[in-house]
Write a protein that binds this ligand. Structure first.
Ligand SMILES: [Zn+2]
Length: 268
């Protein structure tokens, strides 16, 4: 089974070729696993999770709407934001500028999937970032850069204490300067605990680039959601501000996929 992920484009851009789950070989930041073995393990894990998700989706879709509690208790998604600084030590954006996109992600996931965000931190890295981190490549090329160790700066700053459990591990949103091509956000899917978003997405004074949906869209990829063909859906691949921004809707099957993701803490 394959799913297209990661092709996200700027205004009027065309999506770059998406890669398939079967090609995923990256490991999450700080994991330090051998890549060949990790690819095989991740390949089988991805298939197992997708099969589980398909079963859950089937159950959800056959359930009558009246059987779904109106006030279901929410899952929790821990999210951290890391803002890089340029060669002169100047931060690429501010926590206040990122806040509306975080709020939009919380609103979309809460409404469509009963998932609320828990922000574990919005941190600025004062140390000037190298060009490879400030201006990363995207999709398959970012994956290759990760495999080859070119994301070492990010990995160092993403490193954290070993978690007691992989369940509830946060997804980190890294704010970078420019992503190669016409891409404004990128995720390596379920194989990485981090996504990247271009800084001008958060610049409210730039209506042609400001887009509050991209952060939520990339979180969706990190939580194993593939692209969706409907423009009103959060996972539609293209968003063109200011006049043609993608929607934030989610389908019941997408909610079911989210609810089996390891990053989410289930309701107690
Ligand atoms: Zn996408």
């Amino acid at each position: 089974m394959s799913a297209d992920v990661g092709a996200d484009v700027s205004p009027d851009g065309s999506a770059e070729p998406a890669f398939r789950w079967t090609s995923i070989a990256a490991v999450s930041a700080g994991a330090g696993t051998s890549l060949g073995g990790a690819a095989r393990v991740l390949g089988s894990t991805a298939r197992a999770l997708l099969l589980d998700a398909a079963a859950a989706a089937d159950t959800a879709l056959r359930r009558p709407a009246s059987a779904i509690p109106a006030n279901r208790r929410s899952f929790t998604l821990p999210v951290r934001v890391l803002i890089l600084s340029d060669e002169n030590g100047r931060p690429l954006t501010t926590p206040d500028a990122v806040a509306p996109s975080l709020e939009n992600a919380d609103r979309a996931l809460r409404t469509g999937a009963s998932v609320r965000l828990r922000i574990t931190g919005v941190d600025t890295i004062d140390e000037p970032a190298p060009a490879a981190a400030l201006d990363p490549r995207s999709n398959r090329r970012l994956l290759l850069d990760d495999i080859r160790g070119h994301t070492a700066f990010l990995r160092r700053h993403l490193a954290r204490r070993p978690a007691l459990s992989v369940v509830g591990d946060p997804v980190t949103v890294v704010v970078v300067r420019t992503i190669a091509g016409r891409t404004t956000g990128c995720s390596l899917g379920m194989s990485a605990d981090w996504v990247i978003c271009q800084a001008n997405l958060f610049d409210a004074s730039s209506p042609r680039t400001y887009d509050e949906t991209v952060l939520a869209h990339e979180l969706g990829h990190a939580l194993n959601l593939p692209h969706h063909h409907n423009r009103s859906n959060l996972m539609f691949p293209v968003s063109s501000p200011p006049d043609d921004v993608r929607g934030t809707a989610l389908h019941p099957w997408q909610r079911a996929v989210l609810h089996v993701n390891r990053h989410l803490v289930p309701p107690s």
